[in-house]
Design a protein around this ligand. Sequence first.
Ligand code: S3P
Length: 425
Amino acid sequence: MSGKTVVRGELSVPGDKSISHRAVMVAALATGVSRVGGFLHAADTLSTVGMMRALGARIEEVSPTELRIEGLGLRGLVEPADVIDAGNSGTTIRIGSGILAAQPFLSVITGDRYLRRRPMGRVIDPLARMGASILGRDGNRLPPLCIRGGPLRGIRYEMPVASAQVKSSLLLAGLYADSPVTVVEPKRSRDHTERMLAAMGAGVARDGNAVTVAPCERLDPLVMTVPGDLSSAAFFLVLAAVTPGSSLTVRGVGVNPFRTGILDVLRGMGADIRQVGERVEGGEPVADLVVQGAELVAARVGPEEVPGLIDEVPILCVAAAFAAGRTEIRGAVELRVKESDRIAAMVDCLSSLGIPCGEYPDGLWVEGPAGVSPAGPCDSRGDHRIAMSLRILGAAAGVRVEVTDVDCIDTSFPGFQPLLEGLTR
Ligand code: S3P
């Protein structure tokens, strides 16, 4: 079965989440006034705004997507008067910890009940090696984190898992260290932080999978427009891709080469996706994505490809349900520690809809083409990407799929539901 709902037209999606978080953090550390357009105005990125305001930065919403940020300079942050709340945002707490570890004051940072279950040892351990003092629950593994910031030393750190959050945390801490910090990744992850820091005048050097940041006295202000979020666009790209007859253009999407794995895999499944009008905005590659619906075939995704599509696995599972054959995704154990255990969440939900699928310790398989027969509500587990994937599945199949806790979609994509309704009406 291919999708039933033909979609036609064009749309744009909100600003990139990863880039929006980073823009607010580094602009607050810059010397002078930064301007960030295309900012993602969503719960996650507003958590980062809240954190940087708590540290003294003046952040003015000129409009919901346009920020004017008066940077305090690298050494101008102030001790927060209260516990910082990162909400649901792993990016806020993990990258934020790198900044906080370098400040001459005490910070306590926590998050919602989902974030308080997510592993923080991956930033605590290397930051501790740099000399930071960070305490957390469960033997320094879980939030809340209590960070007594202070002088840091440079290190060379070989990351056990590819993580742009950990890399970025260490690079920002490295700005304050007494000697360079080098982070070596097992596989390359998104490089937004490196691009931004280099544009702001920091010393950033890359050598294969290693990236080094030099200690820094001053960052220039940032003036940038954040591109549309490919991770948000992916929901609509899949909706169109699984339905022959569909034709959809998503305008102004960031196509950073370490984020475009979903496009490669969908193309390998037979999807017709073209990148047109390629340009560079704010130091990031941007394009319009044009997709024509087609009959898809199954894919095999292995560990090499996972970092480039880590957030798109739930929606890839939806594409797999419409594709002929058995799609397998392996080497994706990281999915178990995202906003939810996304392997278990997708297998639970797809099974409850009658779609053949199963778990591996490090991934999952989905067999298509499958009919969709709801037998009760699907549990989003409070995870925005699970909720949106299920919504797309229902829309593509032309079946009403009930999903619990859809409010969590506002974490990354306010406006998703009206956009979907407008396309499928
Ligand atoms: C992100 C990195 C990824 C990704 C997350 C955003 C970032 O997490 O899943 O949604 O902005 O750096 P990891 O660093 O844990 O891989």
